[in-house]
Design a protein around this ligand. Structure first.
Ligand SMILES: C[C@](O)(CO)[C@H](O)COP(=O)(O)OP(=O)(O)OC[C@H]1O[C@@H](n2ccc(N)nc2=O)[C@H](O)[C@@H]1O
Ligand SMILES: Nc1ncnc2c1ncn2[C@@H]1O[C@H](COP(=O)(O)OP(=O)(O)OP(=O)(O)O)[C@@H](O)[C@H]1O
Length: 279
């Protein structure tokens, strides 16, 4: 038996930091979507548990017990084995939850392969604050430190471009650089009737991690300017703790056109176009 699991990129369309818990973790209010751009896992029954990593972004990704895929597998406790192949396409330490989405895809895939229930919510959260939201990819409002997943209104169709300048930005350093931790949450979410209406609403919201991330990696400013200047762009913003930034376009074709032009002018950057993804 072979199971395939897709690990889509997570995008924080907004990321408001609204407080801090006593253990140091920050309280968030974030509108999260996923893109049809991501890593692919293939899982097969086997005597032992093993992981191999290949693909264009495999370089530097751990293949041992530090990999979140193996940490996810460990949550099931002792049991049958599995040979897991990870085709790595998303850049790591990039603010688009690559490792978290891999972990969530491994949980879904192993539960299907082994006919087991998913581990409980606390165990899932122990893998990382972004793992709960990655378990059932689709548009949601995420609160708490990442464990509160609330429904979001249906989104209009739109296109997405993701751009990473090749600089890894460690998440803890960005949270440490925050000047204010008690920022305003999002208001109630309206019904967005078109990509343009959504982009206009988003423009009034924020990613509070952008200033400290830009202090860590000033190239983020260049990325945002390049996206904003691309044809058809309705909004440019950073995702998560960076350095990946996204552009919103009226449709996928417009995002693909912008991506072709940006790849030409910035051959060293990772540039992908797509559309929202729901499992
Ligand atoms: C910034 C986001 O990407 C937004 O979706 C996530 O909150 C980060 O999720 P993640 O990378 O899965 O986070 P974790 O691996 O749990 O934590 C990495 C580090 O980020 C900081 N962290 C993370 C999440 C959170 N709500 N508050 C935090 O302060 C902590 O310093 C933590 O040590
Ligand atoms: N499957 C994996 N893919 C990528 N990195 C992994 C994986 N498992 C563990 N890691 C480690 O996790 C680190 C963070 O990478 P990851 O892609 O999870 O990050 P992220 O950008 O912090 O996500 P976000 O901030 O959006 O939650 C990497 O530097 C790498 O050493």
């Amino acid at each position: 038996m072979t199971v395939e699991a897709f690990a889509p990129a997570k995008i924080n369309l907004t990321l408001h930091v609204t407080g801090q818990r006593e253990d140091g973790y920050h309280l968030l209010d974030s509108l999260v979507v996923f893109a049809d751009i991501g890593d692919r896992l293939t899982l097969e029954r086997a005597e032992d548990l093993s992981l191999s990593v290949s693909g264009p972004r495999a370089g530097g990704v751990p293949v041992d017990g530090r990999n979140l895929v193996l940490k996810a597998a460990a949550l099931f406790g002792p049991g049958p084995g599995a040979a897991i192949r990870l085709d790595k396409r998303l850049p790591a330490a990039a603010g688009i939850g690559g490792g978290s989405s891999d972990a969530a895809a491994a949980l879904r895939g192993l539960a299907a392969l082994w006919g087991r229930d998913l581990p409980g919510p606390e165990a899932v959260l122990s893998l990382g604050a972004d793992v709960p939201v990655c378990l059932a990819p689709g548009p949601v409002r995420m609160r708490g430190v990442g464990e509160e997943i609330l429904p979001a209104p249906a989104l209009p169709d739109f296109g997405l471009m993701l751009v990473n300048p090749g600089v890894e930005v460690p998440t803890p350093a960005v949270f440490k650089g925050l000047v204010r931790k008690d920022n305003a949450p999002m208001p109630d979410l309206p019904n967005w009737t078109s990509a343009a209406v959504l982009a206009e609403w988003l423009a009034g919201q924020r990613n509070d991690l952008e200033p400290p991330a830009r202090a860590e990696a000033p190239v983020i400013g260049e990325v945002l300017a390049a996206i904003a200047a691309s044809p058809g762009c309705l909004l440019a913003r950073m995702s998560g703790s960076g350095a990946t930034c996204f552009g919103i376009y009226p449709d996928r074709a417009a995002a693909e056109h912008a991506a072709i032009l940006l790849r030409e002018s910035r051959p060293g950057w990772w540039v992908e176009a797509g559309a929202p993804y729901t499992l």
